[in-house]
Write a protein that binds this ligand. Structure first.
Ligand SMILES: [Zn+2]
Length: 372
């Protein structure tokens, strides 16, 4: 499981120019009985070594041995592995993830994060609350994994208790207790938000308490409610996870379709959006990208200037920006993503049909810009 703190550590890692091994391996269960992923990891690492010069290959060797040793010793769980190692600065992280990842190995001065950024974009952190008139269960779902947090039951007397009070008094007494219970639930949701900082909230249960709870949430939280549906209080974790993943997938695809339409419309009108790798690289170079849109699994190669860092698709020997010497690079997507993030922009990876459409219309890459 990848914790928020670990991710922040990865994103801000400063190795003082020393290269970091980044390794992503597919370890889906069907590949595990024969430990076939071990062979896949070895071949990713040896292919990587083949692309490096003598000096870098020597620096890679201890990282490679450590990664392979760890893979052999640790039983895999989940569907993929993301591993980062830079021994000279004592940096090491290895995570089994419950979601699939695109296999890749890199040895660069910063961790290779495109596959992770894609996952984080695709799997928003989500809270699920099961609620009825006296009980509640709270969950968070992240990167395909579910965690149950505090659940509780408040004492709520029945509507039809026998006794000396009139039926109306009982009804009011009952409703006050339900209200107190829902107030407790709101408090628990607020606490979970402070603790876990999720982006989406799903409410589930009988219509009456769900509607009441929704209405009692402060605006900052009710704005995060993305779906409500009838659900069973005693649902299994795996069912709650399935619901949350289905809702998230639907929302992601809908948001991607909207975003792509907006990009194409804005670009067609000659406003602040650009299409195609060349235009996007240009905008990224000028720190003019507000949001970068990428098709899933996009590969781009080109050149990068060794003097000023300018990225270019052409085969020129000299940098068009400063005249410096350029080197061929295969991971243009990663480099342009870094540049956009550094300049305060954001990324959106498209999947499925919207991803195909972005490829057809724009070569798989487009961007909203800050200005023309
Ligand atoms: Zn240059």
């Amino acid at each position: 499981m990848l914790r928020r703190r670990e991710l922040e550590e990865l994103m801000s890692l400063d190795t003082g120019g020393r290269p970091v091994l980044s390794l992503y391996v597919d370890i889906r269960p069907q590949l595990q009985p024969e430990r076939a992923y071990l062979a896949a990891a070895k071949s990713l690492l040896s292919d990587l070594a083949d692309t490096l010069d003598e000096d870098a290959r020597e620096r890679l060797e201890p990282e490679r041995q450590r990664a392979q040793g760890w893979l052999e010793e640790n039983r895999p769980t989940g569907r993929s592995l993301a591993l980062f190692s830079c021994s000279p600065v004592g940096f090491w992280q290895a995570h089994y993830l419950a979601v699939p990842v695109r296999q890749h190995a890199a040895f660069e001065t910063t961790p290779y994060l495109t596959p992770l950024l894609d996952l984080l974009d695709e799997y928003e952190r989500t809270a699920v609350v099961l609620v009825d008139k006296e009980k509640a269960r709270l969950f968070t779902v992240f990167l395909g994994e579910i965690e149950e947090h505090k659940g509780f039951k408040d004492f709520v007397p029945g509507k039809h208790d026998q006794g000396g009070w009139s039926q109306m008094n009982y009804q009011r007494h009952h409703e006050e207790h339900v209200y107190e219970h829902l107030k407790d639930v709101v408090g628990a949701i607020q606490e979970l938000q402070r603790d876990q900082a999720w982006d989406r909230l799903i409410l589930s249960g009988p219509e009456e308490p769900v509607t009441a709870l929704h209405g009692m949430l402060p605006e900052s939280l009710s704005g995060l409610v993305v779906d409500t549906f009838p659900g069973a209080m005693y649902a299994r974790d795996s069912d709650v996870l399935r619901w949350a993943l289905d809702v998230n997938e639907r929302l992601e695809r809908e948001a991607e379709v909207r975003l792509l339409e907006e990009l194409l419309g804005t670009a067609a009108a000659g406003h602040t959006a650009v299409q195609g790798a060349e235009n996007v690289l240009d905008a990224a170079w000028q720190a003019n990208v507000q949001k970068l849109l990428l098709s899933e699994g996009l590969d781009l190669s080109g050149t990068q200037c060794e003097a000023c860092g300018h990225l270019d698709l052409s085969e020129r020997d000299r940098c068009p920006a400063c005249g410096g010497k350029v080197a061929r690079v295969g991971d243009m997507v990663e480099r342009v993503a870094h540049r956009v993030l550094e300049a305060g922009g954001s990324l959106e990876f498209l999947h499925g049909a919207p991803s195909d459409k972005l490829r057809e219309t724009s070569g798989g890459v487009g961007a909203f810009t800050r200005h023309l």
